[in-house]
Design a protein around this ligand. Structure first.
Ligand code: MG
Length: 158
């Protein structure tokens, strides 16, 4: 059995916050506003995986209204969700992601980000891929006011 999942996340960028994508801190003068660490990439990946397994979504599992998730490490949230999914017998085939962000350039960090997501999911680095697009200076993305991520994944089960 094969199942695909789609995840999406959007975070406003604010001065003085830390920009974290895929668990990696990127050098930039703005970072994600959010109730957790705001890692839009890990949030989108978490939702894609949960959706493929038909289990839940990140907002239901880790509600923003619950203080225990305030400032939470998104890597920990991803691992908690992934445990629920693997407990049901699902195996990861691959994850592919698009990050829409004007700055900074993501390409120099691709290997590091893919390796970190692979480590969080205990899978091979070649099962994870990310790519980035700018907003061509248009809209919230282009004005460096936001970051947006789409993630798709494929899970399998015998
Ligand atoms: Mg989020």
């Amino acid at each position: 059995m094969l199942r695909i999942g789609l995840g999406y996340d959007f975070h406003a960028l604010e001065s003085g916050k830390t920009l974290i994508l895929g668990g990696i801190v990127l050098p930039f003068d703005k970072g994600e506003k959010g109730h957790s660490d705001g890692d839009a990439l890990l949030h989108a990946v978490t939702d894609a995986l949960l959706g493929a397994a038909g289990l839940s979504d990140i907002g239901e599992l880790f509600p923003p209204s619950d203080d225990q998730w305030k400032g939470a490490d998104s890597g920990t949230l991803l691992q908690k969700a992934w445990k629920l999914i693997t407990d049901k017998g699902w195996i990861l085939e691959n994850i592919d992601c698009v990050i829409a962000i004007e700055k900074p350039k993501i390409l120099p960090y691709r290997q590091q980000i893919c390796s970190n997501i692979a480590k969080l999911l205990s899978c091979g680095k070649d099962q994870i891929f990310i790519k980035a697009k700018t907003g061509e200076k248009l809209g919230e993305i282009g004005r460096e006011e936001a970051v947006c991520v789409w993630a798709v994944c494929l899970l399998s089960k015998n």
